[in-house]
Design a protein around this ligand. Structure first.
Ligand SMILES: *Cc1c(COP(=O)(O)O)cnc(C)c1O
Length: 388
């Protein structure tokens, strides 16, 4: 019988690490840069921590098993993972990405990869005829779903049909739902990206990133890149993420339950114009998400009636910090236009719906009544005149 995901979060696929004979329940932190060899021509399997480290490998094994991938590689941040991924491409290659992506990814593509000769088309992968943008030199389609911050949902199976027809890669950033709710490789994706900083780590205490692959060839190429560029995750950080993942299922469930209660509250607020959450029935996002994921997650974006109210809420919450990032046990309130998406040109922000009235909530696992009460007092204390 295939192991359940809760078991995999704790033990991975069950492969035993033979190097430790103490019976330690918590995986040891191999805080070493280098490893001794028995003699010339012999190796323990470990030479230097940029290339191999047991703690990082244990984490990689757990993440590969959660995503049902062939292999996973751990990096020092999500951006380090995406930077390494981009080394798969050559000058002259073309990549299609969804238009509504994490701002840091867009900045990497625009300011680093473009200067190295890689061309990008950013298109709305929910609506437009994506296939018509494929050129002779197109090598991949890269998406996030749900998207950040507008919570659009892209049909992963439909994208995989397109990429398979053209013999190119489908790359999915699965940070927002985590493998607990969504497994893109099982829907036809070739590579999964994670910011492990977010739900996998889950405690807002360290950075990490992952690439999970569906084939040994891709894994081999990426391992070569990783050991060469040197952005692998450090042993202690690997241990922190391993520890975080053990509680991923119960955190995801509880955060989703809280998010659903907050969505209901926001929908009843007069000063909230629109709530973006894939778990709202009657939308296309809901239908697609239901088909390809087992949950809707705990990210909520909402638009209030004025910029003044948005700014007021950001300075008036007493419990919920105004801070970047997501996926931790702490609920965080973010202002995409000046934070996560500050480097995205204003006209692109507006085209994607990121106005100065849009706020993003990453819902944590606190008592939901406390969260709702905090949002309520922040909105009720606004004295500005209605702009309706
Ligand atoms: C945060 C994030 C990243 C970048 O990850 P870091 O760990 O911050 O480098 C990439 N993609 C998404 C969707 C993110 O939320």
């Amino acid at each position: 019988m295939e192991r359940g995901i809760e078991t995999k979060c704790i033990y991975g696929d069950g492969a035993k690490f033979e190097g430790d004979k103490t019976g330690s329940i918590s995986f040891p932190i191999y805080q070493t840069a280098t490893f001794a060899h028995p003699e010339v021509g012999q190796s323990t399997g470990y030479a230097y921590s940029r290339m191999q480290n047991p703690t990082r490998e244990q984490l990689e094994q757990v993440v590969a098993s959660l995503e049902e991938g062939v292999d996973a590689l751990a990096f020092s941040s999500g951006m380090a993972a995406i930077t390494a991924l981009m080394e798969l491409f050559q000058p002259g290659d073309h990549i299609i990405t969804d238009a509504d992506l994490y701002g840091g990814s867009l900045r990497l593509f625009r300011s680093i990869n473009a200067k190295n000769g890689i061309a990008f088309s950013h298109i709305d992968c929910t609506r437009e005829d994506v296939e018509s943008y494929i050129q002779e030199n197109t090598r991949a389609i890269l998406i996030e779903t749900p998207t950040n911050p507008m919570m659009n949902v892209i049909d992963i199976r439909r994208m995989a049909e397109v990429t398979k027809r053209h013999g190119i890669w489908l790359i999915v950033d699965n940070t927002f739902l985590s493998p607990y709710f969504q497994k893109p490789l099982t829907l036809g994706a070739d590579i999964v990206i994670h910011s492990g900083t977010k739900f996998l780590g889950g405690h807002n205490d360290t950075l990490a990133g992952f690439l999970v692959t569906s084939s040994p060839e891709l894994s081999e190429q990426l391992r070569y890149i990783s050991k060469t560029v040197g952005s692998g995750l450090a042993p202690f950080d690997s241990w922190l993420i391993l520890r975080g993942i053990k509680t991923l299922p119960i955190r995801m469930e509880r955060a989703q339950e809280n998010a659903q209660a907050i969505v209901a509250f926001l929908q009843g607020e007069r000063r909230v114009r629109k709530v973006y959450y894939p778990g709202i029935p009657g939308t296309q996002a809901y239908e697609i998400c239901k088909r390809q994921a087992s949950g809707f997650g705990s990210m909520i974006t909402f638009e209030v009636e004025s910029r003044e109210l948005a700014l007021h809420i950001l300075k008036s919450t007493r419990l919920i910090p105004f801070a970047e990032s997501l996926g931790g046990v702490e609920t965080l309130l973010t202002y995409p236009t000046t934070q996560t998406h500050a480097d995205v040109p204003l006209e692109v922000q507006l085209k994607n719906g990121i106005t100065d009235r849009v706020l993003r909530l990453s819902v944590g696992i606190e008592t939901k009544e406390d969260l709702i009460e905090d949002l309520r007092q922040a909105m009720d204390s606004f004295e500005g005149k209605d702009s309706i």
